[in-house]
Design a protein around this ligand. Sequence first.
Ligand SMILES: *[C@@H]1O[C@H](CO)[C@@H](O)[C@H](O)[C@H]1NC(C)=O
Length: 368
Amino acid sequence: MPIHSLTSHTTILLFLLLLISSPITKTIAENSHVINFYSPNLYPESLAWDPTKQHFLVGSLRHRTISSISDAGIVETLISDTSLPENVTVEGITVDSRNNRVLAVIHAVKPLPPFNALAAYDLKSGNRIFLSALPANEEEALANDVAADYNGNAYVTNSIGNYIWKVNAKGEASIFSKSPRFTEHSVDPDTLYSFIGLNGIAYVSSGDYLLVVQSNTGKLFKVDADDGTARHVLISKDLTYPDGVVLRSDGVVLVVSPQVNKLWLLKSNNGWGEGVVYDEIDLESEGYPTSVVSRGRDKMYVLYGYFMEGLLGNSEREGFRIEEIRSPKESEGENVWLYVMIGFGMVYFVYWRFQMGQLVKSMNKKIN
Ligand SMILES: *[C@@H]1O[C@H](CO)[C@@H](O)[C@H](O)[C@H]1NC(C)=O
């Protein structure tokens, strides 16, 4: 084969590949999954993923319910606990798959009489397993989020008291970690939610510790799940009003903020002695994204529950949504691999054509 024809073939091929590969990049960036669901005045603050039933779970500001949300946006009330005091909020929820139950933090928002508890419900029947009052020694408390370890223990943050309760598998509650680390950073008292301290919590099984964020300081703490000792985790930048926290199966920690509408992706290479914020994703400014979950290996979903609108009262809303969030940085990484693979394919193709050329030439020589 003459060499000029080989080059023109390659040029055409290159052109075609460029044409094909640019729409691929676009699909990766845009085609994320949005689940709109409808339930009058549900105003959920918390989101969980049930890997067994393959659906989401959400709490509610005042309904005393936990509902499941399917990928198609079908809402079913899974748990309705009318024995709880009227109008209490289902705050943080988490699925404890090993024990086939869902754990829910229950808190009464002022001016309701104080009420802070952890409830456990059977995931199949919806029956309540226990309801444990969280001890607060007459002090004001705000039970907020929950994480479960692999032995059935639950850890609940107290945002006002700045400490962590532990509730064991039998439902026995105690104050677990009241580390001085939690109160050594200054708080600007003029900021809007300056009274909200410890908030989102996640359990890291590989090292048996908890990661906890503090909303009013933007700090992250690593708390030993055995003895409750805490360390401040140095991160490359302070987070602004971090709320929900979740651990992705690849070890990346996801933190969401409804105040600045961001999702941060954090990594550590030394077991959370230090960490880096390696991606910061802008979320939609409407909907107050309080909670994030990880689904499967690395999918991320955020809840837009309009919780603040509900808290402020006097409004009615039927529609809420759960949205898949993709990291442009991580998709970029995927695209790089795509290009590398296309590149390899091209080199191989050109090489193959060249060899064929040589073969044809030598065969021609032999024939002549
Ligand atoms: C609960 O909320 C409803 C509707 O807002 C209200 O009518 C009722 O008085 C509330 N109950 C309590 C105990 O605050």
